[in-house]
Structures are given as structure tokens and as C-alpha cells.
Design a protein around this ligand. Sequence first.
Ligand code: SF4
Length: 331
Amino acid sequence: MTKLDIYNALLAGDSPEELFCRADAERKNACGDSVVIRGLVEFSSHCVRRCQYCGLRRDNLQLDRYRMSLTEMIAAAQRILEAGVRTVIFQSGDDLTFTREDISLVLRAIKKRMPEAALTLSLGERPPEDYQAFFDNGADRYLLKFETANPSLYEKLHPGQSLKKRVELLEDLRRIGYQVGTGNIIGLPGQTVADIARDLEYLKEFQPEMIAVGPFVPQQQTPLAGHPMPGPELVLKVLALARILVPAAHIPATTALATLGGHELQARALQGGANVLMVNFSPSAYKGLYRLYDHKACVDLEKAKEIAALVKRPLSLARHDAPDGIACPSS
Ligand code: SF4
């Protein structure tokens, strides 16, 4: 698919069924029919960054913040594994209070009890030495979104940060040996179709093992509170193109999609290239506090079953490794 093909597909009419069918066929061929479940633990809502669109930004003084203890983190992972889900994702803001040793301890404790668990981290920007230590202590995957491949838009939305550094860190993660996840946001203020085409070009070049395509959803306590959400069709088109350009990637029907268009939109994403659902296993005391954006939907295991049933596909709780682009097995 050339740059021009990508651009034309993005500009195509409102319901490009042909594009969705092609993405669905690519998904079936590379990943099988299972809807893969990942267990998510949002362990800290503290963050040192100031991303303009995010409710966790450090300037948001109205947010009720929390940190889970290391013991709570291990217990949450244990609950995920006891539910039969074999992939645990630990996510937080860029919270450097959790040291290299803290995270390493948690990883070791889980791997000791359940060596077959796949451990994913999404902790933001850290020194490469931290990434190496986490990998050495059992982390298998790291998710670090690039958000937008337009450097000036990136810098506008992420004060004090640069796209160059973000891309270098993604390269570091790959060099260390992680399965790397990345992705973008659709509907950012000032973002053009050409910018989104550039995002897709980057995905095609980098070939990540996981891709998260999320819509912009406003949060009332941020500078972008009044900015509108994008149309669902555009987000679905980008997700479908991501599948076509990176056939073996794991692609979630994100929770933000459910906020944009309900669980039906997540089901449509699963019919247009997505193959993963994230299930939130954070303790209930913390669930409503991780306010990246407003009206955040919640997907539990029962809801995930309902969504998979909507698209008539089986759930899989397995690890589903596809580190080298080999097709992942269906259950
Ligand atoms: S997007 Fe991530 S790094 Fe940026 S403010 Fe939110 S939690 Fe922090």
C-alpha cells in the first residue's frame, strides 16, 4: 500500500466496507478468530508530564490521585492469572516514584509464581537502563504510544517533550528485545489527514507487535476540554489501515472507542481489523480515579464475553505471542 493509497483510503466515503472487509481478512489470516483478552491494572494516576489532552497531567490539581502499593500490584496480577487471563498489563502515568527496583520486584514476584504469564508495561518514558532492568526481571512487552508522527504537533501537545526522543525510546525497547506496542490518537486539535497518513507510514515502517489506535476524548480538567471527538468512521478506517499495513500486530478495540460509540463500536472495530479487548482488573476502589478522559467506559470479563458474542468470535485468555510476525494461534 503506497502513501497515496493510504491517503485516498482515509479520504474515502463514510462507510468504506471494502476496507473493513480487507482488514478483517488480514486479521483472520494473521491472528485467527479469537478475541484475545488482556488484563489491565492501572496502578498509579500520578504523572510528571503535561500532555494537553490528558486528565492525569501534572497541572490538573483537581484530580483525586492514587498509587497502589507493590503488594496490591502483585495481588491484582494474581487475580488476572486466576481468572485464566495470561497477559497482565501494568499501566501508569509517568510516575518516577516507582523505582527501577520497585517494578523489578513486582515483575520477579509474578514470574516466580506464574512463569508462563506475559507481562506488559506501559509506564511512559524512562531511561533505557530502566527498560533493560525491567526486561531482565521478566517484562515481555512495552507499550509506548507515539501519539502523532507530526513533530510540531507532538511538541505542541506534549510540552517539554519531543517526537525524536519518543521514537528513539521505541528503538531502544526493540533493541532490548521487547515486543513493542505503540499507536496514535485520532482527532487531535490541528491534526490533518496528512498527519494521520504519516502516523500510518510510521507504523508500516516500524512494524510494532501491538498497535493502539485511539480516538481523542476530552477531559474537562484539561486545556482541550472543549475540543470535539472525531467521527467514529475515521477511527475505524485508521484501525483497518493499521491492520493492513502491519498484518500480524495485536490491535485492541480500545476502551476509548467504547466511550466514543459504545460497546457496539468496539464490536465494529473487531470486525474491521482489531483482535484484542482490554479487561480492567484494577481494584474497584481505584477504577473511577484513572481519569485520562471523561466518561471512561469499563470492560470487565463479562462485558468482553458479550462483545465477542456480538461478533460471534471465541474469547482467548492465552498469551498469544507473535514476537516474530508468525501468525498467532486461534483457540
Ligand atoms: S498521556 Fe501519559 S504521560 Fe501524558 S499526562 Fe497523561 S499519563 Fe502523563
